[in-house]
Every structure is written in structure tokens, then in C-alpha cells.
Design a protein around this ligand. Structure first.
Ligand SMILES: *[C@@H]1O[C@H](CO)[C@@H](O)[C@H](O)[C@H]1NC(C)=O
Ligand SMILES: *[C@@H]1O[C@H](CO)[C@@H](O)[C@H](O)[C@H]1NC(C)=O
Length: 367
């Protein structure tokens, strides 16, 4: 009995082992990060999700802060706004045409039970976009997403499937400049490995404090070990301490997909000059900003989406809106708090739907 049992057992164990191997192999194949060999476009377009902003007064109801757009544009891309209150159809339309998406910082609350209509639309839209980005990457269309500050927190919260936003906790890091506390894997990471040695050293140096933080919430590094979805998806590249020594994750990159997140603000040094901010404008701070802008745009060149025509693309680009200097808003209402140099203020009620634009461009091209 023991022998015959053993005989049947061996093939079964072997079978189980080979199935396990196959599963492990499949998982490895699925999980391996892979960028296409060839650049897909040298004319990338990146979508920036707008932020609801009542402070725009009569200029609009949502904004793209200019520094975010400039940061990307200086890296060699055009940008289009993705309205935070887009319908799923509008999101499908734009997401199938842009080469990557950027989520900026901004004042939106994570409370899933929020009574703020605009806040809940922002949460819905970002969730829709993340699902799209994950799906495209799984299907082999390389689709980069970068989140900064609010955008970073939102991306991590979504990947963790933390509906209650319980991993996003108060920290004291507003108007706070610090060096990046690199982890062991930072040096070999995609994000940092091409950085020149001098800049890498300066970014790590407590003497220079090149990373500008401006957030009252943060995510503890332990969550990236003890929440499976986070450890599966993200490498933690830097961790910093707030004013009271509380750690928060400050830079991450995706292990499987081109997801990037910074709790700090790479976009500000060349473009924001508020004297109230402890923001470094040294040559190294500018280099750091440019390095990341160019890095992300380069990632987006590997995505294969495109607009059907240059005319259609042009109609959706951010340059169709005017920038409003902060002083123009302050001259109407001095009590509005605006720490930025300028905004693109978008009045959604005056934006024609994508359908309309498509039809019109067809009429134009057939005329
Ligand atoms: C998170 O984990 C759950 C359960 O394992 C899984 O179904 C889900 O797809 C994961 N989400 C992401 C974004 O990987
Ligand atoms: C994960 O880490 C956080 C932060 O330290 C801790 O509060 C939480 O209890 C941990 N959760 C588990 C399941 O270990």
C-alpha cells in the first residue's frame, strides 16, 4: 500500500510542482517591468488632471497650475487638461489619445464620504484613470502615470484599495524643504540611475535640502511592506522625516508598470517664486526639476497612443486657455489664498464636448 501510494504520490507531487512552477513563471512574466524597445512617438501629449478650485472666481471652476504644465513642457511634451469632472465617455476619449497622465498636487480631501461634490468627482475620475492605466499596461500598451503630492497620495491609496483613506495620515511637512532619504534600491532604480553623481549626492545631502514638501498628510513606509498590493506594485526609493521625526514615503516607482510618485514637488523650482516658500532656486534645484520632467516625458514617448489629426490635438491642448496671474485674482478678492505665480483657469461650462470637437474637425477636414 505504502509503495503503490508512493507511486501515485510521486506523479501527483511532480504535477503539482510543475503547475506551481508554471504559475510562478507566469506570475514572473506578468510582473516583469518591460518598456517597449522602440520609442513610439517624438511628439508626446500628456494629460494633466485639473483640480477643482473655487478660488478661480469668475475665471473658471478648475485649474491647472502653470508650473505643473511648464515642468512637463520643458521636458519636451505638449499637455492637455483632463477635466476632473469628465464623464467616463470623455475619459475614454482622452485616455485613448494621450501618451501618459500626470496628477498634480492640490487641495482635495480624501474623505470618501465627502459632501463636496467636486471632491467626489475628483476621486471618481482618478479611480477611473488608474484602472485604465493598469489595464493598458497589462495589455502591453506602456502607459506612464506620475502623481505628485495629492496625486502621489491618491495613487498609493488607490493601489492599496484603501477606500477609507486610512493609510493617509497627518504629518507636519507644509512649506518644508528636506533632502531625500534614499533607500538601498534608489541608486539602481529607473528614476535615479541616470542621474549624474554630483546631483544625486546633492539631493541626498542635508546641507542642500532640494526637495520641497508642502503636505499635511503622508504615508508611513510600513504600509509598503505590510499591504500586499503596495509591496507588489511599488519600490520605495526615499523616505523622509517630518518636523517631528515622523517618517513618510517621499518617492516611489512601479515595480511592474511605469507608475511614479513623489510626495515632494519636482515641478516648482524653475516656475514658482512665492517669497513665503522655503523653495530652493539653486542651479542644482533647477537641474533636479528638469531631470524629473525630462524623465517622465521620455517614459511617455514609449506609449503608442495618438490623436487622429494634428488639428484635433491642437484643439485640446492647454494653450487654448489663458493663464491668469495670481495678482489678477487677488485684485478682485484679496482674501483668496494663492501661493502660485499663475493658473490656467478653466470654465468647464464653456468647453465644448469632445464629440463636438470631433464632429467639427471632421466637417473642417471634409470642407
Ligand atoms: C489588490 O489586491 C486584490 C486582492 O489580492 C486584487 O484583487 C487587486 O487586483 C489588487 N489591486 C491592484 C491594483 O493590484
Ligand atoms: C502596517 O503598518 C502600519 C504603520 O506602521 C501599522 O499601523 C499597521 O498596524 C500595520 N498593519 C499590519 C496589518 O501589520
Amino acid at each position: 500500500m505504502a509503495v503503490s501510494g508512493g507511486r501515485t504520490l510521486i506523479p501527483i507531487t511532480a504535477l503539482i510542482a510543475s503547475v506551481l512552477c508554471a504559475v510562478l513563471l507566469l506570475q514572473q512574466v506578468e510582473s516583469a517591468y518591460q518598456r517597449p524597445k522602440e520609442v513610439q512617438t517624438e511628439r508626446p501629449v500628456i494629460g494633466i488632471v485639473t483640480i477643482p478650485e473655487a478660488g478661480c472666481l469668475h475665471f473658471g471652476d478648475q485649474v491647472v497650475v502653470s508650473s505643473n504644465a511648464r515642468w512637463l513642457q520643458a521636458g519636451g511634451t505638449r499637455v492637455v487638461p483632463i477635466f476632473y469632472d469628465s464623464t467616463p465617455e470623455e475619459l475614454d476619449y482622452i485616455l485613448n489619445r494621450v501618451n501618459g497622465v500626470f496628477w498634480s498636487g492640490g487641495p482635495v480631501f480624501f474623505n470618501p464620504h465627502t459632501e463636496s461634490h467636486s471632491g467626489s468627482l475628483y476621486l471618481r475620475t482618478t479611480e477611473y484613470i488608474l484602472k485604465h492605466v493598469m489595464r493598458e499596461n497589462r495589455r502591453g500598451n506602456y502607459f506612464p502615470l506620475w502623481g505628485t503630492c495629492l496625486g502621489f497620495e491618491r495613487m498609493v491609496q488607490l493601489v492599496a484599495e484603501d477606500a477609507e483613506a486610512s493609510i493617509v495620515k497627518p504629518v507636519d511637512a507644509e512649506n518644508y524643504a528636506i533632502n531625500l532619504g534614499f533607500t538601498d534600491v534608489a541608486f539602481e532604480s529607473r528614476l535615479f540611475r541616470s542621474m549624474n553623481a554630483e546631483l544625486f549626492k546633492e539631493v541626498a545631502s542635508p546641507a542642500t535640502r532640494l526637495a520641497f514638501n508642502n503636505h499635511g498628510l503622508g504615508i508611513h513606509p510600513d504600509y509598503f511592506h505590510n499591504i500586499t498590493n503596495l509591496s507588489r506594485h511599488f519600490s520605495v526609493l526615499s523616505v523622509d522625516l517630518d518636523r517631528h521625526g515622523k517618517p513618510f514615503v517621499s518617492t516611489v516607482e512601479g515595480k511592474r508598470y511605469p507608475l511614479y510618485g513623489s510626495q515632494w514637488h519636482p515641478e516648482k523650482p524653475p516656475w514658482e517664486w512665492s517669497p513665503d516658500w522655503v523653495l530652493s532656486h539653486t542651479n542644482m534645484a533647477i537641474q533636479l526639476s528638469n531631470y524629473f520632467g525630462r524623465f517622465f516625458v521620455e517614459e511617455c514617448r514609449y506609449n503608442k497612443n495618438k490623436f487622429e489629426s494634428p488639428e484635433l490635438e491642437d484643439k485640446l491642448l492647454l494653450h487654448n486657455w489663458n493663464t491668469i496671474p495670481a495678482s489678477a485674482i487677488l485684485s478682485i478678492d484679496p482674501t483668496v489664498f494663492i501661493p502660485f505665480m499663475e493658473y490656467y483657469c478653466i470654465d468647464r461650462s464653456k468647453v465644448p464636448s469632445y464629440d463636438f470637437i470631433t464632429k467639427r474637425s471632421k466637417q473642417v477636414s471634409s470642407a
